[in-house]
Design a protein around this ligand. Structure first.
Ligand SMILES: [Zn+2]
Length: 349
């Protein structure tokens, strides 16, 4: 069996659009809406929202005796306004697990509860080397020493509050998306690259007039970065869950930017042996560029569902993403390989 053709242009355009839609965990409405609009182009897909705000897309299959689920998350790292400082600048509280130095100097948008937004940048409190000399190097990158400098005149709590900014406002860091020589360099490829691969797989099946073997529900979850994304939202009757999330690259890792990776074990332990074996077999059969790897500091939405009591076989695949939770990068080859693998899974017995 030959896999349907993948529209690479579509994949990259959807991915770029999603990357440019801010969606820190807890503030994902726009990204969910963006994904929903794209899926509405495929009338065979049934769409619904969970009460938690995730999007479920059901692709009716030829059979439904062992339905399947797939999941990827639209939420990303980000921050919240923790405090308005006496100088009018903002102290932040992180959303998700990352180090401040990975966003130091980055532009950001603050979303007020009035529905307005302001621009600024995250900086060290002692950023100027002409004033603070070696402290610029030495200061620990922790909450106390980081602040948002707003790009609007303010020097006091009152002036900042008059802009509508309050404690609890969401902050999104600029993704700075660039596509160069097949590479996609951007923040938040975790896991918007996985979401884009799922959309590309749906489009490939739609264009080819194909239906999955089993009815398959795709959950676009919205709380993964804080650990409980897909804990709910997966239909209880599914037999298998394929989690689509980035592969971690670095010294000692097998993953790279040109392959899709099957993660057999991460911080939550091993995934499902039989499902892993089937995925390996499918990759071999369809000559999909793949690696097998273990991620030392990593948890997934699949495990969130297992921990919540999900009684299903779970596996994890995804494109290799360099410098994860920092200024990330992947390559078209990894995105295509992941999409092929998704198609092979959806079209397999
Ligand atoms: Zn992720």
């Amino acid at each position: 069996m030959k896999l349907p053709n993948i529209d690479k242009q579509y994949l990259i355009e959807f991915l770029t659009g999603l990357l440019n839609t801010p969606s820190p965990t807890g503030f994902t409405q726009q990204a969910i809406h963006f994904t929903e609009l794209a899926l509405r182009e495929f009338p065979e897909i049934e769409l619904s929202k969970t009460r938690k705000g995730a999007l479920a897309a059901t692709f009716p299959g030829q059979r439904a005796d062992a339905p399947r689920a797939l999941t990827a998350h639209v939420d990303t790292l980000g921050a919240m306004v923790k405090e308005i400082k006496a100088n009018g600048r903002l102290k932040l509280s992180k959303i998700g697990g990352y180090a401040w130095n990975t966003v130091e100097g980055e532009g950001c948008t603050i979303f007020s509860s009035r529905g307005e937004s302001q621009r600024g940048a995250l900086l060290l409190t002692r950023a100027s080397s002409h004033v603070f000399s070696t402290q610029v190097n030495e200061l620990k990158r922790e909450d106390e020493n980081m602040e948002v400098r707003l790009d609007v005149r303010t020097n006091s709590v009152a002036e900042t509050r008059s802009l509508g900014i309050e404690v609890g406002d969401f902050v999104a860091f600029d993704p700075r998306v660039e596509v160069v020589h097949g590479f996609v360099r951007s923040r938040d490829l975790d896991d918007k690259s996985g979401v884009a691969c799922l959309l590309a797989a749906v489009k490939a099946m739609h264009d080819a007039g194909q239906q999955p073997i089993q009815t398959s529900t795709i959950l676009f979850s919205n709380y993964e970065e804080v650990g409980h994304g897909a804990a709910s939202g997966i239909p209880v009757n599914v037999a298998e869950l394929l989690t689509v999330d980035m592969a971690a690259i670095g010294e000692g890792q097998a993953s790279d930017e040109f392959h899709a990776t099957l993660c057999v074990k991460d911080s939550g332990g091993p995934y499902h042996y039989d499902l892993n074996q089937r995925l390996r077999k499918l990759a071999e059969e369809h000559r999909i560029a793949y690696k097998v790897d273990i991620y030392p500091y990593y948890g997934s939405d699949g495990e969130a569902f297992w921990r919540a009591g999900g009684d299903v076989a779970i596996a994890l695949i995804g494109p290799g993403v360099d410098a994860s939770h920092s200024y990330e990068r992947t390559h078209m080859d990894a995105l295509v390989a992941t999409t092929q693998w998704l198609l092979a899974f959806l079209l397999s017995e």
